[in-house]
Design a protein around this ligand. Sequence first.
Ligand SMILES: Nc1nc2c(ncn2[C@@H]2O[C@H](COP(=O)(O)OP(=O)(O)OP(=O)(O)O)[C@@H](O)[C@H]2O)c(=O)[nH]1
Ligand SMILES: [Mg+2]
Length: 246
Amino acid sequence: MLIKNQQNLKLENMSIDKSTKAARGTVQCENTNINLLKANDFVADIIKKEMAKTKTLLINITSSAGSGKTTLMQETARRLKDKLKMAVMVGDLETERDAERIRETGIQALQIVTGGICHLEAQMIHQVLPEYQLEDIDLLFIENVGNLVCPASFDLGEDFRVTLMATTEGDDKPKKYPRMFLTSDMMLVSKSDLLPYVPFSVEAVTKDAHEVNHELEVIQISSTNGEGMDAWCDWLVEKVNAKKEA
Ligand SMILES: Nc1nc2c(ncn2[C@@H]2O[C@H](COP(=O)(O)OP(=O)(O)OP(=O)(O)O)[C@@H](O)[C@H]2O)c(=O)[nH]1
Ligand SMILES: [Mg+2]
């Protein structure tokens, strides 16, 4: 019985030409798409509408634990905080550490402590939104809890989902955790400064990721030596401007 259920919920039949947005929160179950996350998606829609009102760009940053999300937030803040009004909300199972690190750069950052839950849900984001002056914020990041599994299924009302794929993790992850890459708009191959020391092929990871999601954009970055940071910041500025003009 258990084996049958596992087969029913296999994700490998998921159509790769389905839009990333449509794939969020749905699980292919035999011939029926069952939206298991209707309540989450309802709140995600409310968040989207609030962001549309203030023209704030919302970006959901996901990755395995330790791939460099907080360091990227710090480095992005250092480079863009004089050009854009930025803020961050960050989810972790315990501690305020990441929010404290980000606040050191001079931007607003609030910690959402999930107390054991392995992902952020739209309701959690909605609850902390009143702490932010959205009309004064151009770019709001959500740093999600570090893992490639649960955060993939929860739409947080974001405009874009960006997944870090660190060179220290091994280049086989897109095929092993396909939902995360299917539902993302951008893959940042992070810690590129370590490429000379680790067995990791950027070509192989990009090929696998594109087989999962042919629309995925890819930038190779290092928060340590700055590689790709200009391209990343240019991408953000372009998306912020597009949202303002929309
Ligand atoms: N070499 C190298 N190390 C990095 C880079 N970015 C981050 N690190 C290091 O990687 C470790 C983890 O970085 P974090 O930014 O805390 O990673 P995270 O994804 O926020 O971690 P969690 O929030 O726990 O999931 C730290 O020791 C960072 O200094 C990078 O570009 N190159
Ligand atoms: Mg972090």
